[in-house]
Design a protein around this ligand. Structure first.
Ligand code: GLA
Ligand code: ZN
Length: 662
């Protein structure tokens, strides 16, 4: 494990060389130990085909190294230079309407283009050999935010052939594809794989089976685009680490697969959101869940490769983080599993598209408020981070998070506002409010370490997963399945053998014979004395076959219909939620499940403070975070010792650190 805790994303090529030493000194004074560089620097590394210029980068690396700052190098594949595009216009991607993207911006390349890959291979071979023995270089970031900007791409002839080849690998024969997709519908039967289209623009809609395979293919294509880079780096730089900067709940790629060949995951954390979107700042719980997902991808601690360090913006700007917020968000990242936090970016750039995406330093390069605040935070966190490096949260509950469920529901969301990620977040929020930590896990993971698993919207079901759920519950686990469980098989085709939710009905003790898409209303729900509970977007109409009803619909024609149920099976229990719960219903359910599964909140009387644990070798570390603008009192539970200087109330946008001997 690397002994580095903080860093910055640095672009020396944007500034005169005589400034670099000032930057290096300021970085050292601030406590930074690493920079990421060069992920967009192709034209400075190879200005013409085969003509490599590594000198400037070597000088920057060595100068930073002299000040104790190591380097992670990015492979500059997100920015194909104009000289490649001029000679080979077909490396540019084509959208679903057949339009080729123009040069400019970044990620304009087609991911399957052999020509583009051969250019990347030539550069990476030279680049990796150049720096493999440099003592200041510790590793590599592949590309940058893979999949970003690839929406609706790429439908070029090369990608169409690659899709068809991918289908041949999956189905073997075109007859098998016809059978499994059900292409008899609307006369879409194919005689050969070469007839199968990409889901390009048409007048109605493509087959849901084709659409799901297209999403799978696209994800595999991008993972493959990363893999050839990893192969070169591993071959030439066997002692270096390899990572990639992920984007939280980004949904175009199967992040479990993208993470698999990496040493660890890195994540880009921007609490005030991205440019142009009218989205408000993300909630503390949404920030927390994206960090927890990053930890879940490999069940391993991670890096932040881009942590927000100022106002964000391209053409439109986000809010300026208030005093304390940058520091609070940094502490949250560390608390939820970041072993190193790299700030984006070192200095606000004067040129290009991102002139208003602010760095630690302002345009002037003079250290100001942000530099001071982050320096202070680094001095608080750095001394303890070694103690829990690599350590996980010890969560006893988990959410099963699955990319293919999301993709199939993106294809057919049922309700216009149904969104897999948002529904997952509803459950997560309730446990977050109670300071009960959760992990995110894939369906492939061992379920047995968890007392509780919530598996929302398992719309695509396999017999293997049904069995795995059943044996988990029979062995003593508490499982929650929800609306739209077991509707389809992996080919995105509806299952017909039984009433919903298929074989899981035995485990859950119920059957669903009717349902209602709640397009224009919510339904009121009664659960003991609780108030404000409602069922949203969807309601299953449930016949109990042994399960007990915990909550019922209290209005409309199926008034009295069970909406939350529980059924004992073996040593465990399986719950069903036949709707999307609103916040109050999710909280009521979480309280029931916390009691039922015997989960321990990290702190009970926390008054809206976020409490997070990292488990050290001998001691646990507790972070208490105040995401609000008012100071909050906090009485630490017995045994918690404040770290020095950590006494008193939690300041506005502040945090406190405690330890507990185990
Ligand atoms: C992403 C990218 C960075 C930068 C920032 C700000 O996170 O990885 O290169 O573009 O957004 O827009
Ligand atoms: Zn293409």
């Amino acid at each position: 494990m690397l002994d580095i805790q903080f860093g910055a994303d640095y672009y020396p090529e944007h500034w005169p060389e005589d400034r670099w030493e000032t930057d290096a000194k300021l970085m050292r004074e601030m406590g930074l130990g690493v920079v990421r560089m060069a992920e967009f620097a192709w034209t400075r590394l190879e200005p013409r085909e085969g003509e490599f210029h590594f000198d400037w980068l070597r000088r920057a690396i060595n100068l930073l190294g002299k000040y104790g700052v190591k380097t992670v190098l990015g492979t500059p594949t997100p920015t194909p230079p104009a000289w490649i595009v001029e000679n080979h216009p077909d490396v540019l991607a084509v959208n679903s309407r057949g339009m080729r993207v123009s040069f400019g911006g970044r990620h304009h390349n087609c991911q399957s283009s052999r020509v583009y890959r051969s250019h990347a291979v030539r550069l990476l071979e030279a680049f990796t050999k150049e720096f493999r023995d440099n003592p200041h270089v510790i590793g590599w970031q592949t590309d940058n935010e893979l999949g970003n900007s690839h929406d609706d791409l790429c439908h070029c002839p090369s990608c169409r052939t690659a899709f068809q080849d991918w289908l041949r690998d999956r189905y073997g024969t075109v007859e098998e594809l016809n059978r499994r997709w059900g292409t008899v519908f609307w006369s879409q039967e194919y005689d050969s794989f070469r007839q199968v289209p990409t889901p390009a623009w048409n007048v109605t809609a493509h087959s849901p089976s084709l659409l799901l395979d297209w999403k799978r293919f696209h994800s595999d294509l991008v993972c493959g685009f990363q893999q050839f880079q990893i192969d070169i780096i591993r071959k030439n730089c066997p002692s270096h680490i390899i990572t990639h900067n992920f984007m939280g709940f980004f949904d175009l790629l199967d992040y479990y697969k993208l993470a698999e060949p990496l040493d660890f995951v890195s994540h880009d954390q921007y609490p005030t959101g991205f440019f142009d979107n009218p989205q408000p700042g993300k909630t503390p719980s949404a920030l927390a869940s994206s960090l927890d997902l990053m930890r879940g991808l490999k069940n391993k601690t991670f890096w932040i490769m881009e942590q927000q360090s100022g106002p964000t913006g391209w053409t439109i700007l986000g809010r300026t983080p208030e005093p304390g917020q940058l520091s609070l968000w940094t502490a949250q990242s560390v608390a939820r599993g970041a072993d190193c936090v790299v700030f984006f970016r070192w200095r606000t750039c004067a040129v290009g598209t991102e002139q208003y995406w602010h760095g630690i330093l302002p345009h002037s390069g003079r250290p100001g408020r942000r530099y001071g605040e982050l320096k202070e935070t680094i001095s608080r966190l750095k001394p303890v981070m070694g103690e829990f490096r690599g350590a996980l949260s010890g969560a006893e509950g988990a959410i099963l998070y699955d990319y293919e469920q999301n993709w199939s529901l993106e294809i057919q969301p049922h309700h216009p506002e149904l969104d897999y990620i948002k529904q997952v977040q509803v459950y997560y929020d309730a446990f977050h409010a109670r300071n009960v930590p959760l992990d995110f896990i894939s369906g492939d993971r061992d379920f047995s370490p968890y007392k509780l698993i919530i598996a929302p919207l398992i719309y695509l079901m396999t017999p293997e997963l049904e069995d795995k759920f059943a044996s988990y519950v029979k062995g003593g686990g508490r499982l929650v399945l929800t609306m739209r469980t077991g509707v389809k098989n992996n080919d995105n085709v509806c299952l017909t053998e039984r009433e919903l939710p298929g074989r899981s009905g035995d485990l859950l003790g119920l059957e669903i014979t009717d349902y209602d898409c709640l397009r224009d209303i919510n339904r009121a729900v009664s659960w003991a004395e609780a108030t404000g509970l409602s069922a949203e977007k969807w309601c299953d109409i449930i016949t109990l076959r042994g399960a007990e009803s915990l909550a019922e619909i209290s209005d409309g024609w199926y008034r009295g219909n069970p909406v939350v149920t529980v059924n004992g099976a073996g040593k465990g229990k399986a719950c069903y939620v036949g709707t999307e719960p609103n916040g109050a219903l999710a909280l009521k359910l979480a309280d029931y499940l916390i009691g039922e599964a015997g989960l321990e909140p990290l702190a009970r009387q926390a008054d809206g403070l976020e409490v997070i644990r990292r488990r050290g070798a001998e001691r646990d570390y507790y972070f208490v975070l105040n995401h609000g603008p008012e100071e909050k009192g906090f009485t630490p539970p017995a045994g918690w010792e404040p770290l020095s200087r950590e006494n008193g109330a939690v300041p506005p946008y502040g945090f406190r650190l405690f330890t507990l001997r185990r």
